[in-house]
Ligand binder design. Structure first.
Ligand SMILES: *Cc1c(COP(=O)(O)O)cnc(C)c1O
Length: 383
């Protein structure tokens, strides 16, 4: 997370600045932390219960279950939906390793598919192709994990129609999309279940690890609630082989403070993105697009350029840190390569992975900083 920070001592504009986030809410955060410390109650308590209720209300979903991190959240969605061994789950290859790790840990088999270059999310045509390939190979394809990557909602209508046609379930990986919406509804409420991460760099951030499963299905919620704590039922009898995946009281209290400002932070991210787009348009740089029926959460502001490594190096010389999400597609990584199926083209994923750069993006970037980044990009990307 901090490799950009240590790469050079005189970086002036960080890609993300967590100290500014703390400074913005220091008094409220300190008060919340002290309240928990003095309560003498640190796990499965009032703060968790209150946060679960507040997050469900924010999203307009029936249930939130706090868990230890976003990877567990994806895994628990799948386990609670009854995915069993040997069943196939369709996933993008251009995403965090966590998405696919969770599928494999749940005992299922990931099937990679390609992305749509404009949204950087699942390409519905490639998803249909993957389902076809599963049928030909005799795989029991049961689910799709749709990742709202960078904060851009997936093509919800098309995914829903595929899910209906083939009798599948779908899980939203919303780890990067707190506050994003599609046709006026927050992401997280569309799939049978959705997973969030509250890792410190995410749009809604804890000061440590944290995650949540959200769902409108009470049975799924009850199963996740059991699985997150030893498989216990209400009498503390292990009903299933569960795990230990709890969101602690300190993180829950911190998240309650941060949730109050989520909407204004998403608005700030969108103002910054708009400035980037205005100042960078007309250049060679490929910019993100936001269709009018979406609210993009701009977890990352990702541009695409030809000669990425030299662009990044030259920006760093100008004191500007950037990041790459993600340089190596999952189907090219040692742990996951064996799941790649040659019949499913992943050429757009491979192309995009060579070109993406995440510019500095956080709600406390100033207008001057954004302009400096833009001017440097325009200088550096001139051919
Ligand atoms: C961060 C992230 C996760 C995993 O979250 P952790 O809390 O780090 O386990 C899963 N999926 C995506 C798309 C993410 O960005």
């Amino acid at each position: 997370m901090n490799d950009e920070r240590s790469a050079r001592r005189d970086v002036e504009i960080l890609q993300i600045d967590l100290r500014r986030a703390y400074t913005a809410y220091a008094r409220e955060l300190d008060t919340a932390v002290e309240r928990v410390m003095r309560s003498g109650w640190y796990l499965i308590g009032k703060e968790l219960q209150a946060f679960e209720q507040e997050w469900a209300e924010y999203l307009h979903v029936r249930e939130t279950i706090g868990v230890a991190n976003g990877t567990d959240a994806v895994e628990l969605c799948l386990r609670a939906l009854g995915l069993t061994e040997r069943q196939a789950v369709i996933v993008p290859s251009h995403t965090a390793a966590a998405t696919v790790t969770a599928v494999i840990r749940a005992g299922a088999t990931p099937v990679f598919c390609d992305l749509d270059e404009r949204s950087m999310t699942l390409d519905p045509v490639s998803v249909r192709r993957a389902i076809e390939v599963c049928q030909v190979r005799g795989f029991d394809c049961r689910a799709i994990i749709a990742v709202h990557l960078y904060g851009h909602p997936v093509a919800v209508d098309e995914i829903e129609s595929i899910v209906e046609t083939f009798g599948l379930v779908w899980v939203e990986d919303a780890a990067q999309a707190h506050g994003a919406s599609y046709n006026g509804r927050h992401v997280g409420g569309f799939g049978q279940a959705a997973a969030f991460s509250f890792y410190p760099t995410k749009n809604l951030a804890a000061c440590g690890d944290g995650g949540a499963v959200v769902t409108n299905d009470s049975e799924v919620a009850n199963r996740v609630r059991q699985l997150r704590q030893y498989g216990w039922n209400e009498e503390r009898l292990a009903q299933n082989v569960g795990q230990n995946s709890r969101l602690d009281e300190l993180q829950a209290a911190i998240l309650r403070v941060r949730l109050r400002s989520l909407d204004s932070e998403i608005a700030a991210r969108n103002r910054i993105a708009q400035k980037y787009i205005e100042q960078l348009s007309g250049s060679e740089i490929i910019l993100p697009e936001v269709p009018p029926n979406l609210v993009h959460a701009f977890h990352q502001f990702v541009i695409r350029v030809g000669d990425r490594e030299s662009v990044r190096a030259r920006l760093l010389e100008e004191g500007i840190a950037t990041a790459v999400h993600y340089p190596v597609p999952l189907h090219k990584q040692p742990a996951f390569a064996k799941y790649a199926l040659p019949e499913i083209s992943l050429s757009r994923t491979e192309q995009v992975a060579r070109e993406v750069i995440s510019l500095p993006m956080h709600p406390w970037l100033t207008e001057t900083e954004v302009s400096r980044v833009c001017q440097a990009c325009l200088r550096v990307c001139k051919f």
